[in-house]
Design a protein around this ligand. Structure first.
Ligand code: NAD
Length: 433
């Protein structure tokens, strides 16, 4: 059973705090396993990656077969039915159009002293794109990772996508081709993240690792941060739906299940100002779970992490939503725009009952790689910016140095950093000669 909370209950705060801490994604047991895997890959390179792939994905590879060959990609791409290929191309076009608008501009100006100041943006050299593939396969995640990287101008892109039992989804390979990525390693989990961060005999290290994954992938990205950049923590999926009583309970039920079916560790929460509607949605979830193809995953997720919270009004719902800082937030209320303006922390907001979150997973245009485990408090969904770095620029003229150099010298003295002061003074002395 999911938990049923009501903000009027005297123990609401205790129960809500337990709910906030329930997700397994940043738990010490997962982190300990991941630390061991990363150490093993650093120490033994390819040999460790191959053994771990055999253990977790039941797939025997050699260094030569770690990546798909061009012939394998050609053969897979040829098998994709036309309707799926067309849907994927439409998704690619919409995702590209959305992300092209994110490209930031360089800035440069001359201030009152004559100093020229500014910054310029440039791409990272190499990015490793994680595309999950343990319990489901995600051609959509190939597009969501690769298109912003390409819009940013990253020169070298490599994908890691696990292929359990060696069964590759041809659509994943087609998506990679559509996005122009031809290095695709059939490995996953913490071992793939470690290989991309530290490199092995076969896998060249990258500068930045992006992409979603399960708890092991999320923990591995946390651990390699610093050696490489990461986009954010994009672990097991979450959905929070805020709905008033004027909705079809079955629509909301399938919206909740659309994230629960990703992973037993996924979390789906409904907040409503109508307790009877909340109960109706819970009944509709149970009814759907009787036949849902992925009930073996969605059922435990809903039972262990699901919640229905009844609030007094939508203001209370907005305040609780900010404390949850959900990855996906659906607002199925009469005035979703007004409610969205009261919300600060959410990875992606879906406005109104005609915008099911699944549109955002595939075709809307915005990125579906989004912060989980409450990290939307401080991070954002994957974007072109994740593949760019900003370099600042400053150019003094003699006049500008004469105007602001003495203050730098003063500050250097106050920090007891003599050489700093001298490097300014040497130039000022020349100007004063
Ligand atoms: P995955 O590729 O993330 O994980 C599969 C890998 O996990 C395996 O290759 C294996 O190496 C590793 N693994 C599994 N069990 C392990 C164990 N006991 N010990 C060590 N390693 C282990 O694929 P998945 O499992 O299907 O998960 C995909 C995840 O991505 C889901 O949780 C889904 O919710 C999430 N997701 C998140 C977003 C987002 O933006 N936040 C988007 C899409 C998907």
């Amino acid at each position: 059973m999911p938990v049923f909370l009501n903000t009027r209950d005297s123990d609401f705060e205790t129960q809500f705090t337990t709910l906030l801490g329930a997700k397994r994604e940043d738990s010490p047991d997962v982190d300990a396993v991941v630390a061991g895997i990363i150490a093993d890959v650093r120490a033994r390179g390819d040999a460790a990656v191959l053994e771990l792939t055999e253990k977790f994905d039941r797939l025997t590879l050699t260094p030569e077969t770690l990546a798909f060959s061009a012939e394998e990609i050609d053969a897979a791409v040829a098998q994709v039915p036309e309707a799926e290929a067309e849907a994927l191309s439409l998704a690619a076009r919409r995702i590209r159009a959305y992300h092209e608008r994110q490209m930031p501009h360089d800035e440069s100006w001359t201030d009152a002293t004559g100093a020229r100041l500014g910054w310029r943006w440039g791409p990272v050299d190499a990015a490793g794109l994680y595309v999950p593939g343990g319990l489901a396969s995600y051609p959509s995640s190939v597009l969501m990772n690769a298109i912003p990287a390409q819009v940013a101008g990253v020169k070298r892109l490599a994908i890691c996508a696990p292929t359990p039992d060696g069964v590759a989804n041809p659509l994943v390979l087609l998506a990679a081709r559509l996005a122009g990525v031809d290095t695709i390693y059939r490995i996953g989990g913490a071992q793939a993240v470690a290989a991309m961060a530290y490199g092995t005999e076969t896998i060249a290290p990258v500068d930045k690792i992006t992409g979603p994954g399960n708890a092991f992938v999320a923990a591995a990205k946390r651990r390699v941060f610093g050696k490489v950049g990461i986009d954010m923590i994009a672990g097991p999926s979450e959905i929070l739906v805020i709905a008033d009583g004027d909705n079809d309970p079955d629509w909301i039920a399938v919206d909740l299940l659309s994230q629960a079916e990703h992973d037993e560790s996924a979390q789906s929460i409904l907040i409503t100002d109508d307790a009877e509607f909340g109960a109706a949605v819970a009944r509709a979830v149970d009814a759907r779970l009787e036949t849902l193809e992925r009930r073996a995953i969605a059922g435990p997720s809903w039972r262990d992490y699901g919640a229905v919270i009844t609030v007094a009004d939508l203001d209370e719902a907005a305040a609780l939503s900010d404390r949850i800082a959900p990855e996906h937030l659906e607002l199925c209320v009469a005035d979703p725009v007004a409610l969205s303006e009261k919300i600060t922390h959410a990875g992606a907001i879906f406005l109104g009952q005609w915008t099911p979150e699944a549109i955002g997973d595939y075709i809307g245009g915005p990125n579906h790689v989004l912060p989980t485990a409450r990290s939307a408090r401080f991070s954002s969904g994957l974007s072109v910016m994740d593949f760019l770095k900003r370099t600042t620029l400053a150019q003094m003229t003699p006049e500008a140095l004469r105007a602001i150099g003495p203050a730098a010298e003063t500050l250097a003295k106050s920090e007891s950093l003599e050489a700093h002061g001298l490097s300014v003074r040497a130039r000022l002395d020349r100007l004063n000669r």
